[in-house]
Design a protein around this ligand. Structure first.
Ligand code: AP5
Length: 220
């Protein structure tokens, strides 16, 4: 099954995808993570993406579609795929449909995570990520035992630069302007079924619904 995780910045897509991938062995494909890796490695893509990401804008569709197409060819044909943060525009969704069509695959489920803006802003303000192992914490909702130190590996916890308040405001606007139209796109899609999940709840409660939905069921 190819499932798309759709929802605003901070709604918990990454948190849920990592957990389901750990549990089921599904491939977790996060375009945000792929771009951050490209930036750390100083690749041409990383350099091109930098200014867009720092400003809270979307990276151009052509770059993202090339990145995803290339990454998908590295995955075993049999694996379930969780697309996190992609597609984010109608052009990306159409590009994905074309790419999958060429290899006889299709999108199965689109999971739309929903939470109010106040929740998103607080979650993004409190997010801290380990520089060594990538574990994600939240100073309000899931803090580490020692301030600034990863429980798992002892690495340093840092704030993502695009989680600064003014960039968060722009990312939320960009979501409304460019990504929300995907809801109607997938409501009218030939193969994909869009399912909504109330994400303003404890991570465990959200996960119960998410696991069920990606397994083909409906939220409890
Ligand atoms: P990306 O990295 O994809 O960021 P995003 O979509 O803005 O999503 P986030 O990672 O901010 O949030 P999330 O929903 O994964 O939440 P998380 O689980 O971490 O993209 C970054 C940038 O890259 C973009 O702005 C753009 O420039 C570029 N980009 C990426 N993809 C692109 C594309 N397809 N096209 C063009 N450009 C692209 O949770 C957030 C926090 O809340 C964490 O601290 C977590 O611990 C906590 N939390 C999670 N769930 C709960 C819960 N239920 N209760 C309490 N706390 C919770």
């Amino acid at each position: 099954m190819i499932a798309i995780l759709l929802g605003a910045p901070g709604v918990g897509k990454g948190t849920q995808a990592v957990r389901l991938a750990d549990e089921t062995g599904a491939a977790h494909v996060s375009t945000g993570d792929l771009l951050r890796t490209a930036r750390r490695q100083g690749t041409e893509l990383g350099r091109k993406a930098q200014s867009y990401m720092d400003a809270g804008e979307l990276v151009p569709d052509g770059l993202i579609l090339d990145l995803v197409r290339e990454h998908l060819t590295t995955l075993p044909r049999t694996s379930d795929v969780l697309l996190d943060g992609f597609p984010r525009t109608i052009a990306q969704a159409e590009g994905l449909d074309d790419a999958l069509d060429e290899v006889g695959l299709e999108v199965g489920r689109v999971v739309l995570f929903e939470a109010p803006d106040e929740t998103l802003v607080k979650r993004l303000a409190g997010r801290r990520t380990c520089t060594k192992c990538g574990a994600v914490y939240n100073t309000y909702f899931g803090p580490p035992e020692r301030d600034g130190v990863c429980d798992r590996c002892g690495g340093e916890l840092v704030q993502r630069p695009d989680d600064e308040p003014q960039t968060v405001r722009r990312r939320l606007e960009v979501y409304t302007e460019q990504t929300e139209p995907l809801i109607a796109y997938y409501e009218n899609h030939d193969t994909a079924e869009l399912v909504r999940i109330e994400a303003d709840r404890l991570p465990e409660a959200v996960f119960e619904d998410f696991r069920q939905v990606v397994g083909g069921g409906t939220p409890a």
